[in-house]
Design a protein around this ligand. Sequence first.
Ligand code: ADP
Ligand code: MG
Length: 341
Amino acid sequence: MASLGEFEFIDQLIRGQATLGQSFHQDPNALGIGDDAALIPPLAAHEQLAVSTDMLIEGRHYFPDVDPRSLGHKALAVNLSDLAAMGARPVAFTLAAGLRSIDAPWLTAFLQGMLDLARDAQCPLVGGDTTKTAADAPQVFSVTVMGAVPIGQALRRDGLQTGDELWVSGSLGDAAFAVNQRQPNLKLNWPQPRLGLGRALLNIAHAAIDISDGLQSEIRHLLTSSSMRSGVSSAFAAEMNWSALPLGPTLSAAIASGKISQDDADIRAITGGDEYELLFAAPAACAEAIEAIGQSLKLSLTRIGRIVAADAPTIVWRDAEGMPISEALDARLRDGGFKHF
Ligand code: ADP
Ligand code: MG
């Protein structure tokens, strides 16, 4: 068993850093780490709370030899990405950690990565729990993030409308390619939650989701959620433009150097997880407004498909000539999305 002193050490470590540079703590109604519960100041009168939890398990979501600073960043980033996908602004987060042992340099680096991002996003760490796991158990980090979104305005998965265009932020495929090559990669190790984009899309997008399990699988989530929405008369299908896919720079370089074929690269971009880009649907009339948002955020936004009415939720990929892709390619896409179970 770890001694009490070791856990006090963590307590001090976290407490000393969590408040730095966070305007949250200037509010007299705010209380962070140290009491039995944290206190969150009231939200604005027009706002509601958005809450999301994501867990990282050693050996499953990250390699044991990962850079702890990037792991700390990523543990928070994937949660902030969920807030971004709802159009929410960050309010605060908590951290639950199951640790095998107290490795001070490792934990210091982990917290540094996490709290640097927390400061950038103005999302203070306000509490959590630290426990010791069995000696042969994987380490676990669970983050719960709280955000605020204008009442009734959140970007849900079930808001698709016929005629909507599907857009994706940034580029795709580099994270999955880096995992495959076991190479460090900015996209994989230092994902940037698209918080500014999510908030800019309030009142513009009908639906949004962040890409954690792969584009194809997130499109399916939008289609099935929206098709089940009450009052919807038919299902929704997605007509996708294969040639519009924005491939990441690493993947593009790998094609250029002959390391990977164009088809294989495209399939990685469509099925690869860990992207943390936003996939969103908006009426065609909003295209100019969306382009302007991309320019002001210096973030590329690409139209990759559109939503049509259908008998069942389906995804049809078409080539540059508008022809459906080959059965062979389609079969490779169908089960390519990363599934946890
Ligand atoms: P309690 O027994 O009341 O749950 P703890 O000893 O578990 O209190 O925690 C003491 C304080 O330290 C609490 O404010 C708690 O939120 C905070 N804390 C403990 N572990 C973490 C952690 N991993 N991250 C952030 N805060 C933590
Ligand atoms: Mg506790």
